[in-house]
Design a protein around this ligand. Structure first.
Ligand code: ADP
Ligand code: MG
Length: 346
């Protein structure tokens, strides 16, 4: 009798393990490299092989469609068409371009002007400096700044756009990857996917039941896979913006690819990386870049206005690393080695 009970228990236990393995097997992932080689990774749960194959085909189609809208470096993209536009008459734009413009206008306002996709002339000026090795002169910065200012873009209710200043051009590099991740999430949900992670080159979004564990890249290394820690999240965006992956070197100094529109210069305020957790991926993307520009103190102030977003700020002061984290994040945050030594919560 006893041994019968025992074998039932063992049988059940084996059944549960097999079931768990089957459930686990239903996690499927794929990576592709749009937008000039950015790894775009999808992890979906509970999909059959053929469902996932069709999911991926639909995802790629949508991502490539959006790339043809937003890619500033493709002369035939829709963005290139409006970037070269005369300022005399409003232009009709696609619903996708109009929508990202409206989201950008929202973040330009919420970040008090720090987030400004019209900084393109300054981005180009600093990129050239990286190539020639000569710092831009003050007058060159002032000249480029004359073509910058998101407040000089106006809209009509029927989806037309007008640049009210001459020779303006937009760059959605600080929001597009998050924005595209949101679009992919919408598409997957529509296709019946209940749980997934979408990661557009470090601009990620998770949806579905349960928690997800995300690694946070170690900002001391570029192009490497070391983690400074992990964070557990439920639904929402997980986006990191930083100075450590993309920068130009002029002389022996590194300059960030993020421009402070106020000064016309690359940000240099002691913040090395910012991770924003929560909200949509596009909101987290735009907010992370905004915080990089605003610096630690103004970031902590601004974050009070977004209770749905948590943040992790990494700063270097006199050669010492400090981590500033939303208090609510601490129980879900695991930091490795040196990072755990100087954690401050806000
Ligand atoms: P990444 O693209 O490395 O993930 P971000 O999301 O922070 O990083 O975006 C940085 C990009 O945004 C820059 O490469 C540039 O194209 C653009 N950019 C730079 N400065 C600003 C700014 N002040 N506002 C909006 N976009 C900016
Ligand atoms: Mg960003």
């Amino acid at each position: 009798m006893k041994s019968l009970k025992l074998s039932i228990v063992i049988g059940l236990a084996i059944g549960v393990v097999v079931l768990l393995l089957v459930i686990r097997e239903k996690q499927r992932e794929a990576v592709f490299y749009p937008m000039g080689g950015i790894p775009f990774k999808i992890v979906a749960y509970g999909r059959s092989a053929s469902e996932f194959r069709d999911d991926m085909a639909a995802v790629k189609e949508r991502v490539f469609e959006l790339e043809r809208v937003f890619n500033r470096f493709d002369g035939t993209s829709e963005l290139s068409r409006i970037n070269g536009a005369e300022t005399v008459a409003p232009l009709y734009v696609s619903p996708d371009l109009f929508s990202i413009l409206l989201d950008s206008a929202k973040w330009h306002r919420l970040s008090h002007g720090a987030f400004d996709p019209s900084v393109t002339p300054l981005i180009e000026l600093w990129k050239r400096s990286g190539q020639t090795g000569r710092l831009p002169a003050d007058e060159e910065i002032a000249t480029a700044k004359k073509r910058v200012g998101f407040e000089h873009i106006s809209y009509t209710d029927d989806g037309r756009v007008l640049f009210t200043k001459e020779d303006m051009s937009l760059d959605f590099g600080a929001i597009a990857k998050g924005w595209i991740a949101d679009e992919v999430a919408k598409l997957l949900k529509k296709r019946g996917v209940k749980r997934a992670i979408i990661d557009a080159g470090g601009n990620a979004l998770a949806f579905g039941d349960g928690t997800f564990t995300f690694g946070i890249a170690d900002p001391r290394f570029s192009g490497r896979k070391e983690l400074m820690g992990t964070v557990k999240v439920s639904d929402g965006g997980v986006v990191t913006s930083g100075n450590y992956e993309r920068f130009v070197t002029i002389g022996d100094k590194r300059y960030s690819h993020i421009i402070n529109p106020e000064t016309g210069r690359p940000v240099n305020n002691g913040l090395t990386a910012v991770t924003v957790i929560g909200g949509s991926a596009s909101d987290a993307d735009a907010l992370a870049t905004s915080l990089m520009i605003l610096g630690k103190d103004r970031s902590i102030e601004l974050l009070k206005e977004f209770p749905e977003c948590e943040a992790l700020l990494v700063a270097n002061k006199d050669g010492v690393w400090h981590v500033f984290a939303s208090a609510s994040l601490l129980p879900r945050l695991r930091l490795a080695g040196p990072w755990a030594d100087n954690v401050h919560s806000f």
